[in-house]
Write a protein that binds this ligand. Structure first.
Ligand code: NAI
Length: 353
């Protein structure tokens, strides 16, 4: 399979496939669309089963970042990178520094940040080789708390629309994955009085959330299908598919994981079942918003206000979706692609002027 024929290719501006033999780094950087001269998006490390799987993941994630940036209105387009390898066994200083050099070599066209398998400590190592990394504790700090703050705002809005409740007290939420974002989301939900159930392939993390936030622990096989009001996927993408969607019992799906839908068309299946799916890239933009605020004069209070503003965006989106009788994802996709087109044509005008 070539890059161009990959279904997720979708008009990417740049795809770089890199191997560094001395460190063993095997990475792909994908820039879907630049805005303000850059594409921004995290770096993920995962033990992909094949090169095709890694390529499909980075392309889908990169496009999702463009959609996220377009809806959030930040000073960047969308990009992403993946490192092929198991973050528990294959990570080394040499490998992270090689990744930093790869990012630096792109001259700022790609700005990186943390993602699953790559945390703030790893970013600090990459920072020894590159200036183009956000969220490495320099100003805004780690992105996960902002992402969780934005997802909470999105859940509040969805609960108001779908369940008619202004408060989260007593609302039952299932969290798939309690890593950097999921654990913080569990904390915020517990603070708001929600009743939570968690599952994580890492037992210690699930038990830690249960101990600290009074959560129930469920099995990782059952968590998406839990009898709750809201399901929040916070692990990997592709979890909403033809197998899981018919069996969901929640009224709302709203979480942090990127690309929760196995295929774009699955938004229609959720809509037909009367399940309110908040597009992941709308709900999970908090980390990106905070990261990019670092490029200006960072003010924490202003940043937090912008991140909480995700709730207002979700309100608008759901109101339009209700008026049109369409899945919210269809409305959001339309708005995002129009903005990306506008970036591209304004760049084309600048270049030809
Ligand atoms: P993380 O790696 O810290 O947490 C992921 C957690 O999910 C881990 O605890 C892992 O053990 C668990 N997990 C993996 N497979 C699972 C399964 N099948 N069932 C239950 N648990 C499972 O990653 P992080 O940073 O919390 O990100 C989570 C998701 O949110 C990812 O999809 C990421 O792309 C997305 N995201 C993260 C942002 C951030 O600011 N960190 C921003 C926007 C999206």
């Amino acid at each position: 399979m070539t890059v161009w024929s990959t279904p997720a290719y979708d008009d990417h501006e740049l795809v770089v496939h890199h191997r560094d033999h001395s460190s063993g780094l095997h990475a792909i950087v994908a820039i879907h669309a630049r805005h303000e001269r850059r594409g921004a998006g995290g770096c993920r490390m995962r033990a992909y089963a094949s090169e095709e799987e890694a390529l499909a993941d980075v392309l889908r994630l990169s496009r999702a970042m463009s959609y996220k940036a377009a809806i959030a209105g930040v000073a960047a387009g969308g990009a992403k990178s993946v490192i092929v390898g198991d973050p528990r066994h294959d990570k080394s200083e040499q490998l992270l520094r090689a990744m930093g050099r790869l990012i630096e070599s792109l001259g700022g066209a790609y700005v990186s940040a943390p993602d699953a398998g790559i945390d703030v400590d790893d970013l600090r190592v990459m920072c020894q080789e590159t200036r183009y990394v956000l969220g490495a504790d320099r100003v805004a700090g780690p992105s996960a708390p902002y992402t969780a703050m934005g997802v909470l705002a999105a859940i509040r809005s969805a609960v108001r629309h779908r369940l008619g409740a202004d408060e989260l007290a007593g609302v039952r939420v299932a969290l798939q994955g309690v890593g950097s974002v999921g654990r913080e989301l569990a904390r915020l939900l517990a603070e708001a009085g929600a009743s939570i159930v968690v599952a994580d392939v890492d037992d210690d993390r699930a038990r830690g959330a249960a101990r600290d936030y009074g959560a129930e622990v469920a099995s990782t096989d059952e968590i998406l299908l839990a009898d709750v009001d809201v399901v929040a996927p916070n692990a990997y993408g592709g979890v909403l598919d033809v197998d899981t969607i018919p069996r969901l019992r929640a009224a709302i799906v709203c979480g942090a994981a990127n690309n929760q839908l196995a295929e774009d068309g699955h938004a229609v299946l959720l809509h037909e079942r009367g399940i309110l799916y908040v597009p992941d890239y709308v709900a999970n933009a908090g980390g990106m918003i905070a990261g990019l605020e670092e490029l200006g004069a960072f003010d924490r209070a202003v940043t937090e206000q912008r991140v909480r503003g995700i709730g207002g965006k979700v309100d608008e989106l759901l109101t339009r979706a209700e008026a049109e009788g369409a899945p919210p994802a269809a409305i959001a996709n339309r708005a995002a692609t129009a903005t990306i087109e506008a970036w591209r044509s304004s760049r084309a005008r600048t270049v030809s002027a």
